[in-house]
Design a protein around this ligand. Structure first.
Ligand code: IMP
Length: 225
C-alpha cells in the first residue's frame, strides 16, 4: 500500500514537474509557465506554523471590503484636515499599506515601534516610541493598528503621543478583541470585532511567522489564548 501511494506520488510529480512545463513551452504565448504550475500552490484553508494549526477565519476579499469602508469613513470624517497616520510595526504593515491605497485625501504616513525598557521610574519600566520623525503638534493623528487585544499597547501610545499635543488623536484598528480589552481608549474605527482567540496572518505573527498571508487565520481548537 505504501509503495503504491509512493508510486502515485512519483507519477503525479513527474507530470507536474516535467510534462506541464514542457507543454507550456509548446504553447508559450497561450499558457504562461506560472499558470501551469499554479496547482502546486498549497491549499490556503489551513495554515501550519510550527506546532500550531490555524484555520481560515477572514478571507482576503472580506478584509479588502472592510478596509475600503474604513477608508471611506476616515475620508469623510477628516475632510479638509491635515492628517498624519502613525502605523505600528511590525503587525500593521499590511493593513496600513492597503488602507493608504484606499484613502485618497492628502495625508502623511509614518511607522513606529513601541518599546519598553528597564528604567528608573516607579514601575521599573520606561515606554518609548521609536521612529517618530514627523512633527504631529496641531495635526490630526490616526494610529493604525493591526489588532487591539488587551489595549495595553494602545494605552502606552496614547500617553506618549498626547505629550506632542496633536490637534486630535484617534485609533483605527483592523481587529479588536472586546472580551480581552482592558484599556480606556476604545478604538474609534474598528474593522472586525473578533472572539478572544489567537489569530495570525495579514501582518500578524505567531513566533514571528505567518505574517505573509492575504487571509487571516484563527488558532484551531482552543477557545482562548
Ligand atoms: P495588546 O494586548 O492590545 O497590547 O496587543 C499587543 C500586541 O500583541 C498587538 O499589537 C499584536 O502585535 C499582539 N497580539 C495580540 N493579539 C494577537 C493575536 O491574536 N495574534 C497575533 N498577535 C497578537
Amino acid at each position: 500500500m505504501y509503495g503504491r501511494e509512493c508510486g502515485c506520488f512519483r507519477s503525479d510529480f513527474t507530470i507536474t514537474i516535467f510534462l506541464l512545463p514542457a507543454i507550456s513551452l509548446l504553447f508559450k504565448p497561450i499558457i504562461p509557465l506560472k499558470i501551469v504550475l499554479l496547482p502546486l500552490k498549497l491549499d490556503d484553508k489551513v495554515l501550519q506554523i510550527n506546532d500550531k494549526t490555524f484555520e481560515i477565519f477572514i478571507r482576503k476579499e472580506e478584509i479588502q471590503a472592510e478596509i475600503a469602508s474604513l477608508a471611506a469613513r476616515l475620508e469623510a470624517d477628516y475632510a479638509g484636515k491635515e492628517v498624519v497616520f502613525i502605523a505600528v510595526l511590525n503587525g500593521a504593515f499590511m493593513f496600513a499599506a492597503d488602507l493608504m491605497k484606499q484613502f485618497r485625501s492628502p495625508c502623511e504616513i509614518t511607522f513606529v515601534k513601541v518599546s519598553s525598557y528597564k528604567g528608573m521610574n516607579s514601575s521599573g519600566r520606561v515606554d518609548e516610541v521609536i521612529g517618530l520623525n514627523t512633527e504631529i503638534k496641531d495635526k490630526h493623528v490616526i494610529i493604525v493598528e493591526d489588532i487591539v487585544d488587551t489595549g495595553i499597547t494602545m494605552e502606552k501610545l496614547f500617553t506618549l503621543l498626547s505629550v506632542e499635543k496633536p490637534a486630535s488623536l484617534e485609533i483605527v484598528t483592523l481587529l479588536h478583541k472586546p472580551e480581552a480589552f482592558k484599556g480606556t481608549h476604545t478604538p474609534t474605527y474598528i474593522g472586525f470585532s473578533i472572539p478572544n482567540k489567537f489569530v495570525v496572518g495579514y501582518g500578524l505573527d505567531y513566533d514571528e511567522l505567518g505574517r505573509n498571508t492575504e487571509h487571516i487565520y484563527q488558532l484551531k481548537g482552543e477557545t482562548t489564548h
